[in-house]
Design a protein around this ligand. Structure first.
Ligand SMILES: [Zn+2]
Length: 324
């Protein structure tokens, strides 16, 4: 039993702006909440849904209407989510029938998660409702980026942009303490929670150890380890990401920026930072190329093996050049 809006951490200016619109009775009928997933857009939306349906005052959080929103049982609120990665036209029909029901004097809200996944047919079916919704009918659409939304939808909505959460807020919401996780999560609670699981911790450890092996001239051991780590695609993509971060960390470190993501591997970062910008740059670019290859379903073991041998060569060439 609670006022959902009070649970939101951050996004003060966006909330303030919308509260003001409510006060002045000009709350937009179609809202587009833009921002990466896991930062609290949905919670803000649910908070305002309470405001809109509340039987007492200002989304009190305790009247029956507010409670039903919190429990996901509100007859005034339709929650649309994608199925198998798409929002098909039958959802548009569901929405249209929902808003055509008689509901005198009460608000009706449609929350569409991942609205960028509406196909064109769905979007077209909704255009008229989005443009001229019946009285006291509100649409809130959640999307990761403005570019992902069809222009026809975009032009009919008021856009509210949500930024990534600062580290301190991320830490507060997720209760996660490990610095590398907070820094890798790009301001998203969802991503931080994914990163926290133990398997990933171990995977990070081992994928960074690979570079220690490589620097110590033991590429065979490095390759043996990597083959185990990249047996599944998800693991392979994680390894790519961790390596990209490591190389970026090393580049920063080289230029005196010591605030790095993988602080507990600073011994490794220091060693890498001894190499030239060109070496680190090449390896970094190649690590992004590697990620593309994995996404393109290339043979994972082979792609990683090639990457590590190439890296080994780049290190050797650089070392020889320095000794000449
Ligand atoms: Zn209430």
């Amino acid at each position: 039993m609670a006022q959902i809006l009070k649970k939101v951490v951050g996004h003060e200016s966006q909330i303030q702006m919308l509260l003001q619109a409510l006060e002045q009775q000009r709350f937009p009928s179609t809202l587009l909440f833009v921002g990466q997933s896991g930062i609290g857009k949905k919670l803000v939306a649910q908070g305002f849904i309470q405001y809109l349906v509340c039987e007492k005052d200002r989304g009190c959080g305790s009247c029956p209407a507010c409670l039903r929103v919190e429990n996901g049982q509100s007859e005034s609120f339709l929650h649309i989510t994608p199925e198998s990665g798409v929002i098909r036209v039958d959802k548009a029909r569901e929405i249209i029938s929902f808003i055509s029901l008689q509901n005198p004097g009460k608000a009706r809200i449609i929350l569409i998660e991942d609205a960028q996944l509406m196909n064109e047919q769905t979007a077209n079916a909704l255009l008229k409702s989005l443009e001229e919704p019946p009285e006291r009918t509100y649409f809130i659409l959640l999307v990761p980026s403005i570019a992902s939304v069809l222009p026809t939808i975009r032009s009919r909505a008021q856009v509210v942009r949500f930024g990534a959460l600062p580290l301190a807020q991320l830490e507060k919401i997720s209760q996660i303490k490990e610095e590398w996780i907070l820094k890798s999560a790009q301001g998203s609670v969802e991503l931080a929670e994914q990163l926290q699981n133990e398997d990933l911790s171990l995977l990070r450890q081992r994928s960074l150890d690979i570079w220690v092996d490589l620097l110590e001239g033991a590429p065979e051991r490095a390759i043996e380890t990597v083959k185990e780590l990249v047996k599944d695609r998800q693991g392979a993509l994680q390894v790519c990401r961790i390596w990209q971060q490591l190389l970026r960390d090393s580049g920063y470190y080289r230029h005196g920026v010591h605030e790095v993501i993988h602080k507990d591997f600073v011994h490794l970062i220091q060693r890498l930072a001894d190499y030239s910008d060109s070496v680190l740059g090449t390896l970094g670019v190649e690590a992004y190329g590697l990620e593309q290859d994995i996404r393109g379903n290339l043979d994972r073991s082979l792609a990683f093996e090639n990457y590590l041998y190439q890296s080994q060569n780049v290190f050797q060439t650089d070392t020889e050049a320095r000794h000449e």
